[in-house]
Design a protein around this ligand. Structure first.
Ligand code: NAD
Length: 249
């Protein structure tokens, strides 16, 4: 098992990619701390797989992050999965919506990394390795998408953050990478499809973005999370890793 002996924290683990990744990490032998703001979706996750513990965490609340970091043992792996998709161009982006996107998509990851890094560096000193994975997107890393001004900008910042952490701690055994998925079939994507003026066409358009001819499932993405958190990726740091169904071909 590739994550045996590792303690890994996942944010936004209640549903979608975070949930699938938490389960996959546990299946690979990790002790997983699965966190989310939504206690209802977290409920049951702990019973689904041996090795998963659930903790409520709102990543926009610094005091909750500090309390959790003080309560947990040092981590070997951190998957900052949380993210929010704002719909619109820069012309419809008011300051409040912009601030919310920055807070959820970027500042949360800055705070999480800052809070858990000291413990992760301890683990890296003891074991030779520790790994952070920050969720970005093919939106920004690869190309711009219509009506994703705040989303694309904040996901680009996640790549910058990941490269900065990677270079600052590369000599200490700590690796940090950004993950850039294509379009993944998750509850929030289903919500965006349902909210479109023509949902059937919207689904076709989302599928058409991937040359591979379908949406990704969360199980298409979770193995890359496991890889980046495991020692198999010990020579991989500072990368924006695409899992995009051929968008970059
Ligand atoms: P989702 O949007 O379906 O679920 C998001 C989860 O985040 C929910 O469980 C929600 O309760 C939780 N959450 C929201 N605000 C929170 C907060 N303040 N604190 C803690 N948890 C909070 O999940 P998804 O579609 O799998 O997306 C997960 C990540 O992947 C996001 O960062 C997203 O931007 C990124 N991503 C998604 C896709 C896609 O097509 N779905 C593509 C590329 C990147």
């Amino acid at each position: 098992m590739r994550l045996e002996g590792k303690t890994i924290l996942v944010t936004a683990a209640g549903q979608g990619i975070g949930r699938a990744s938490a389960l996959k990490c546990a299946a690979e032998g990790a002790r997983v701390i699965a966190t989310d703001i939504n206690q209802e979706t977290l409920a049951g996750l702990g019973n689904q797989a041996k090795g998963v513990e659930t903790r409520r965490l709102d990543v926009t609340k610094p005091e909750e992050i500090a309390a959790l970091a003080a309560d947990l043992p040092p981590l070997d792996g951190l998957f900052n999965c949380v993210g929010y998709v704002h719909n619109g161009t820069i012309l419809g982006l008011d300051d409040a919506a912009w601030a919310f996107c920055v807070d959820v998509n970027v500042t949360s990851m800055v705070r999480m990394c800052r809070a858990f890094l000291p413990g992760m560096l301890e683990r890296a000193a003891a074991t030779g390795t520790a790994s952070i994975v920050n969720m970005s997107s093919m939106c920004s890393s690869i190309k711009g998408f219509v009506n994703r001004a705040a989303y694309g900008t904040t996901k680009a910042a996640v790549i910058g953050l990941s490269k900065s952490i990677a270079i600052d701690f590369v000599g200490k055994g700590l690796r940090c990478n950004a993950l850039c998925p294509g379009t993944v079939d998750t509850p929030s994507l289903r919500g965006r499809i349902a909210a479109a003026p023509d949902p059937e066409q919207a689904e076709k358009d989302f599928i058409a973005r991937q040359p591979i001819g379908r949406l990704a499932t969360t199980d298409d993405i979770a193995p890359m999370v496991v890889y980046l958190l495991s020692d198999d990726s010990r020579f991989v740091t500072g990368q924006a890793v695409s899992v995009d169904g051929g968008v970059t071909i």
